[in-house]
Design a protein around this ligand. Structure first.
Ligand SMILES: Cc1ncc(COP(=O)(O)O)c(C=O)c1O
Length: 395
């Protein structure tokens, strides 16, 4: 029976990263994966993570299963990190949460909750969105609609088009929003625009579902949460899928959380119970290691301060690279790349055609997605000139 199954193509992004690793060209540039890389091209372990890990290893007495909702210290720390220490929703105990295997696991748990509440819900996703949203949420049985979002001509958000499309979202529908650092385009909503979306959710009754995988990598931990917090302040029900993969560098530890902001405490508890049943159906218990580390970091003033300052340095480096890349590209090509500096987080589209992206790969060993999405954090002092020259050569 199994021999009927055909071999499937590798995931596009992972496949490109593997092709880059196998490329013998010493000048190759890897801008494929959504992973932070430092000046040496390495994805570093945060000092705070290393310290928390040493303490954990010294103290750990058991590897017994985690509680189904995950580590309590992690849940409480993450609720405050995402929603803010003074969040009225937290004060009113209207928030429930479960630890999940990464942001992906949290998105899937969110999808299961939506499916349980409204089996016919349509999930509105931005065009473009992170391609993994489709299999992740779609495998719960949810249907999709898209709303226009990125305008390749202005290299910014086409907000009028977004609003026009979302006017069709109705009660029982879900609108998936990128909390910050939009993947793949890097173009984020301004705070006034978050206000407009919140008013539409109130008026039309759709449920905002916020994918929050990059808190702290755009402008800072608090700044990046402003839009999401505004939605939570104005809309009675919101689901959030947050991740510690990027902002704590815990990628392989699969550390995420699904947060449910509800109308009241009883409903928040009901949603947690639903999430636990959904988790039991899929993976039973969340993994321990990453959440135990993140929980410790968030609960300790010293570790927290160290983590925040390292994250802040990462954020400043990304924004510095954005400025440097903009100027280098403009210098080499004579064209306007100002949008790179305006966009946020690790991703931007360079605005190349798939043919140009392909030529960069085959002729110059510069690896980016066919859409010309680049990971800005893959740029460094050693490759920036080569990269800008290569891009200019295919324009
Ligand atoms: C937009 C978006 N959402 C969610 C995630 C989930 O990340 P993870 O499952 O690694 O925490 C990612 C990771 O790349 C992402 O880009």
């Amino acid at each position: 029976m199994l021999d009927k199954l055909e071999r499937l193509p590798a995931d596009t992004i992972l496949g490109l990263a593997a092709a880059c690793r196998a490329d013998p060209n010493p000048d190759k540039v890897d801008l494929t994966l959504g992973v932070y890389m430092d000046e040496q091209g390495l994805c570093p372990v945060f000092d705070a993570v290393r310290q928390a890990q040493q303490a954990l290893v010294a103290e750990e007495r058991t590897k017994v299963y985690m509680p189904p909702a995950g580590d309590e210290m992690f849940n409480l720390g993450m609720q405050r990190l995402v929603l803010g220490n003074d969040s009225p929703a937290l004060r009113d105990k209207r928030v429930g949460s479960v630890q999940a295997p990464g942001g992906c696991g949290a998105l899937r748990i969110g999808a299961e909750i939506i499916r349980a509440a409204a089996p016919d819900a349509r999930v509105w996703v931005s065009d473009p969105t992170w391609p993994v949203h489709f299999p992740l949420l779609g495998s719960s049985g949810l249907k999709f609609e898209t709303y226009r979002y990125y305008d390749p001509v202005s290299h910014g958000v086409d907000f009028d088009a977004m609003v026009t499309d979302l006017e069709q979202a109705r009660e029982g529908d879900v609108v998936l929003l990128h909390g910050c650092c939009h993947n793949p385009c890097g173009a984020d909503l301004a705070i006034e625009q978050w206000g407009v979306i919140a008013a539409m959710a109130q008026r039309q009754g759709f449920l905002p579902f916020v994918d929050f995988a990059y808190q702290g990598l755009g402008d800072g931990l608090e700044e990046d949460a402003a839009g999401l917090r505004l939605i939570v302040e104005r809309v009675p029900e919101v689901i959030i899928a947050a991740s510690c993969s990027k902002n704590m560098g815990l990628y392989r530890e699969r550390t995420g959380i699904a947060l449910f902001v509800c109308r009241d405490e009883a409903n928040a508890q009901a949603l947690v119970s639903q999430a636990l049943v959904a988790a039991r159906r899929i993976y039973s218990m969340p993994p321990a290691h990453g959440a135990l580390l993140a929980g410790r970091i968030l609960a300790s003033d010293t570790l927290s301060a160290s983590w925040r300052s390292e994250l802040d340095a990462m954020c400043r480096r990304i924004n510095g690279l954005r400025t440097a890349l903009r100027h280098k590209l403009e210098e080499k090509s004579g064209r306007d790349f100002g949008f790179i500096e305006r966009e946020k987080g690790m991703f931007s589209f360079l605005g190349l055609s798939p043919e140009q992206a392909l030529r960069l790969r085959s002729e110059r060993s510069v690896y980016m997605l066919d859409s010309s999405r680049i990971n800005v954090a893959g740029v460094n002092a050693r490759n920036i000139d080569y990269l800008a020259q290569a891009v200019a050569s295919v324009l």
